[in-house]
Design a protein around this ligand. Structure first.
Ligand SMILES: [Zn+2]
Length: 298
């Protein structure tokens, strides 16, 4: 019997039931394992996952897989384990991992565009129903999930930079993922909320704006005499690091070259190498790669 020409009308009730059971079992198995369990980073992304510093800033060009890495890191925190490729163990049942009382925050530029169209589709590639203890609480206005409840006991809250910085005051966090650089007032309010729990801060960014990140995080993190040095790791990278032809990534070499050649120099500095807009001539000017930048990660 060829699947392509399967005629359900010719099957007995018992055969149909067996077929249904097989399909249901396969689907359950796929959910159980999930794409989270199968995730494998590109080699040059591993140091970002391995760093134990509190603030991990991945600042690089476009299309480097930063959103995927942010989603995996957030879920790893809230689930209580990494994917096996990063040293974790997938439990037979997600409630075996005890993250009761832990709270994580996922925050990005806007609900209706970035969160709805980029962040949730990416997170939902890895977040299965089996990881969740009940359906998310949805925001009355946007209808998007506002709190995701995991079987580990952890919660993932969702906010956007459109919200008043004051709305970020109050909660304490075990981990926060900023997709793209936040307004400084939001960062400061949220960071305060990570102190009591020694919470993580994961920042994934192509720095088209919010140049304060360069002055307050990127440069201080690379200054041995600055208090930020102990707390933050900054990872740089170029679009070409994700080249399929050169490095086994996902982007075709010829398309990268043609795209970058079409950009004005300042925009190219941001999109290709993640250098800060308007300050791209200065951004990494006094930065020695062997001393400070941890590889070409993105
Ligand atoms: Zn290439």
């Amino acid at each position: 019997m060829k699947d392509a020409s399967l005629d359900l009308g010719t099957l007995s009730t018992a055969e149909l039931a067996a077929l249904k059971k097989k399909a249901t079992d396969q689907l359950a198995d796929t959910h159980r394992r999930g794409r989270f369990a199968l995730f494998k980073p590109l080699e040059h992304q591993r140091p970002w996952f391995a760093s134990k510093k509190q603030i991990l800033a991945a600042i690089g060009g476009n299309q480097m897989g930063k959103t995927t890495c942010g989603a995996i890191r957030l879920l790893s925190g809230a689930l209580g384990t990494f994917p096996p490729s990063l040293g974790g163990t997938i439990p037979a049942s997600w409630e075996r991992l005890d993250c009761r009382g832990q709270r994580y925050l996922m925050v990005a530029e806007s609900f209706n565009t970035v969160i709805a169209k980029t962040i949730f589709p990416k997170v939902n590639e890895y977040l299965t129903q089996e990881m969740q203890s009940r359906p998310p609480k949805k925001n009355a206005g946007t209808k998007l999930p506002e709190i995701i409840y995991l079987r580990s006991g952890a919660e993932i809250h969702v906010q956007s930079y459109e919200q008043d910085p004051a709305s970020f005051e109050g909660p304490t966090w075990d981990g926060v993922w900023f997709d793209e650089p936040p307004p400084q007032a939001v960062f400061n309010a949220v960071r305060r909320g990570t102190i009591a729990k020694k919470g993580w801060i994961w920042l994934t960014a192509t720095p088209l704006r919010e140049a304060w990140v360069r002055d307050m995080i990127v440069m201080p993190a690379q200054d041995d005499d600055d208090p930020m040095n102990e707390f933050a790791d900054v990872f740089g990278g170029k679009m070409h690091d994700n080249c399929a032809d050169c490095y086994g990534g996902y982007l075709p070499h010829a398309y990268i070259v043609a795209y970058l050649a079409s950009l004005p120099p300042e925009e190219r500095a941001v999109r290709e190498r993640g250098e800060f807009f308007n300050v791209s001539d200065l951004a990494f000017g006094n930065l020695s790669e062997q001393l400070h930048v941890v590889g070409d990660l993105w």
